[in-house]
Design a protein around this ligand. Sequence first.
Ligand SMILES: NC(=O)c1ccc[n+]([C@@H]2O[C@H](COP(=O)([O-])OP(=O)(O)OC[C@H]3O[C@@H](n4cnc5c(N)ncnc54)[C@H](OP(=O)(O)O)[C@@H]3O)[C@@H](O)[C@H]2O)c1
Length: 257
Amino acid sequence: MKNTALITGASSGIGKELARIHASKGGDLILVARRIELLNSLKEELVQKYNVTVEVIQKDLSVLGSSQAVYDEVTQNGWQVDYLFNNAGFGGKGAFLDRDLEADVEMVRLNVMALLKLTHLFGKDMKARGKGKILQTASTAGFLPGPYQNTYFATKAFVVSHTQGLAHELKGTGVSVTALCPGPVETEFAKVAGFGGSKMFDGAASAFKTALKGYNAMEKGKVICISDFKFTFLIKGMLPFMPSRITAAIIAKMQQS
Ligand SMILES: NC(=O)c1ccc[n+]([C@@H]2O[C@H](COP(=O)([O-])OP(=O)(O)OC[C@H]3O[C@@H](n4cnc5c(N)ncnc54)[C@H](OP(=O)(O)O)[C@@H]3O)[C@@H](O)[C@H]2O)c1
């Protein structure tokens, strides 16, 4: 395999578009998610259209030990991961104390622990080779307090912070790490998180445009990519001057719309 990208959450949304973009550049792929039939149909599409090599791994990454199992399968097959896209993730609506804690713990295992483990395993190999690129799908939520989707916002704050620190540590190694921070995007995310029909997703960005911005930012070695310009001013220009209780009140209203 050559110029190989491993993409988690490749069965739909942003991950699926990242796979299409990478394949369109002639790169090979390892696609990871739970829904194997969706991975196989994407594989068929990409092999036919771009004549690339595509492998699929069916894995629930919220299960303890699953990221190690993915790494073991990759290395045992002799595949080299040149690009790592830590993209799988989900959210969940509701007041923290009223939510099923197990669902939030599963969210932390996927959005944080799987990302951390895969970055550690594949990042070490990349550093040893002096070459590699990592794209972490975070969110604009990572810059904000998140009442009524509190654990999700906190997982993305972890990803933003971890990426910023790691990017510094990786300077001069030939390995880069980028956090893609979208606002609302048209994918299965809203339905899975319990926001079906919510006004918050009116005018959501397309998954393709979001993935392309992230991919290009990763290629340039940028650390943070806020993919929707509407949020760039909010996050960089306004947020630093707003008291966090006001920001929290605005976010609470948006989550309940
Ligand atoms: N859409 C938005 O508004 C938005 C905004 C900011 C950030 N994001 C972030 O973007 C990333 C991609 O989400 P999306 O918007 O493209 O939503 P999506 O269409 O729901 O895609 C989520 C992907 O994650 C995979 N996934 C979920 N649980 C998994 C598990 N336990 N193990 C392995 N894979 C799992 C899903 O595949 P299977 O179900 O087949 O496993 C799917 O491929 C997420 O990290 C999300 O937090 C989304």
